[in-house]
Design a protein around this ligand. Structure first.
Ligand code: ADP
Ligand code: MG
Length: 395
């Protein structure tokens, strides 16, 4: 037994076979999308024309071909020599992608040995093929450059797939181009929305469709849907959500912000606390003018959680300035757990509170949410509340 002999001789088995199996042979793909290996030729997808791929001889009668470690073709190994093993899928889409129609091997030749005659030096053909391959490569490279220059990042990913589909479904050149451009435009819109959403600093991502109107009857769905038309943003009006914690004030503000971003309005979200802190820091570092500008500029400014903390005199003064500067120039959505009567306390000065409310409420809608906290509902569902507490409430 060879294994016993290994032990007897104190040798270790050396996994030569595995190593050999994994050996790959680099080959350049000719312009007819074929590579030469062991006296035969095998097809690969035409988009690899001109590129160097690697052939792996599996020793189980299969040939596998890789490009940058990705399997791109697999064939039965040719039994004889000078055979062309060809997969028709590999040349689909070449016309639609602007490639030259190529001479495909005739079906009856596939898997058959060619007549064994050598009249010419085959390198003559190689030269011809290399040239065609190069021109294809030049076009591909030039396209990549053009896409980069134009800032088109989606088309390079989908070009080949679209080309193959266009060929398979007999689409016209115009339809093919239209399909590509529509996808690029939609990707560009998505990128824009993602960037604007990031810049808006929303605390979380919740939409109107995720809001259960059934749970909060004091919020009239029709009214919220009307606000979602964003006429109030167009007219520089304000919107105030009042109500106790957990009733969905921030959720609704965020959902409307997302709608506004979709309509290409600029949006900035901050809590009252962060707003005041940022302004105080800006005041100390002499950047208050720029900071104020940044808060005046967006089409929609959301100031969340007014009234959770009292403001000192400077903070209240800054707050007044923001409201005054945005008055009739930009919309504000404001949320608060305190009704207007208590705003004198928040700002530590009832005259200032009146001045703020005057401007804020002049063109505005107030949605007063009276109801149970959604968080508590969720906790009840999860069993954080004892059943007898719930019974007490429903009784
Ligand atoms: P607050 O009124 O304190 O700002 P939030 O809007 O932050 O409360 O709501 C607290 C949590 O409960 C959020 O995760 C929010 O999405 C959710 N929530 C509140 N009300 C509803 C509702 N009616 N439908 C679905 N989720 C809700
Ligand atoms: Mg909130």
């Amino acid at each position: 037994m060879p294994q016993q002999r290994l032990l007897q001789e104190g040798l270790k088995s050396f996994n030569l076979v595995l190593f050999d199996e994994a050996e790959r042979h680099p080959r350049k793909v000719a312009a007819d999308a074929l590579i030469s290996y062991a006296a035969n030729r095998y097809s690969v997808p035409w988009r690899y024309v001109g590129q160097v791929v690697e052939v792996q001889d599996e020793r189980n009668g299969r040939i596998r071909i890789f490009a940058q470690n990705k399997l791109i073709a697999e064939h039965n190994k040719a039994a004889g020599h000078r055979e062309v093993i060809f997969d028709r899928k590999h040349t689909e889409g070449i016309r639609a992608a602007g490639g030259k129609p190529m001479q495909l091997p005739l079906p009856h030749l596939v898997q058959q040995a060619l007549p064994d005659v050598a009249q010419r030096d085959l390198s003559v053909y190689e030269q011809f093929l290399d040239e065609a391959g190069d021109s294809m490569m030049v076009v591909t490279e030039r396209l990549q450059e053009a896409f980069e220059h134009l800032g088109w990042s989606r088309i390079p990913d989908i070009l080949h797939q679209h080309a193959e589909e266009a060929a398979a479904q007999n689409r016209t050149y115009l339809e093919f181009l239209d399909g590509l451009l529509q996808e690029e435009l939609s990707a560009k819109h998505d990128r824009f929305i993602r960037m604007k959403t990031r810049m808006a600093h929303l605390p979380y991502h919740k939409t109107l469709d995720q809001f259960e109107f059934g749970f909060q009857p004091s919020v009239e769905e029709r009214r919220i849907r009307d606000l979602a038309t964003l006429r109030f943003v167009e007219h520089q009006e304000n919107l105030i959500f009042l109500g106790p914690p957990g009733v969905g004030k921030t959720h609704l503000a965020v959902a409307l912000a997302l709608e506004a971003i979709k309509r290409r309005y600029t949006v900035y979200f901050t809590t009252a606390h962060d707003l005041v802190q940022t302004l105080q820091q800006a005041h100390l570092s002499n950047t208050i003018t720029q900071k104020m500008k940044a808060l005046i500029k967006p089409n929609l400014l959301i100031i969340d959680e007014i009234g959770y903390r009292k403001m000192d005199e400077t903070a209240a003064h800054f707050f007044f300035q923001i409201i005054a500067e945005r008055y009739e120039t930009g919309s504000i959505i404001l949320t608060s757990n305190k009704s207007y009567g208590a705003w004198g306390e928040i700002f530590g000065d009832s005259v200032l509170a009146t001045a703020i409310l005057d401007r804020l409420l002049h063109h505005s809608t107030t949605i007063n949410i009276k109801g149970e906290s959604y968080r508590i509902k969720e906790k009840k569902k999860a069993g954080f509340f004892r059943p007898d507490t719930e019974n007490e409430k429903t009784n």
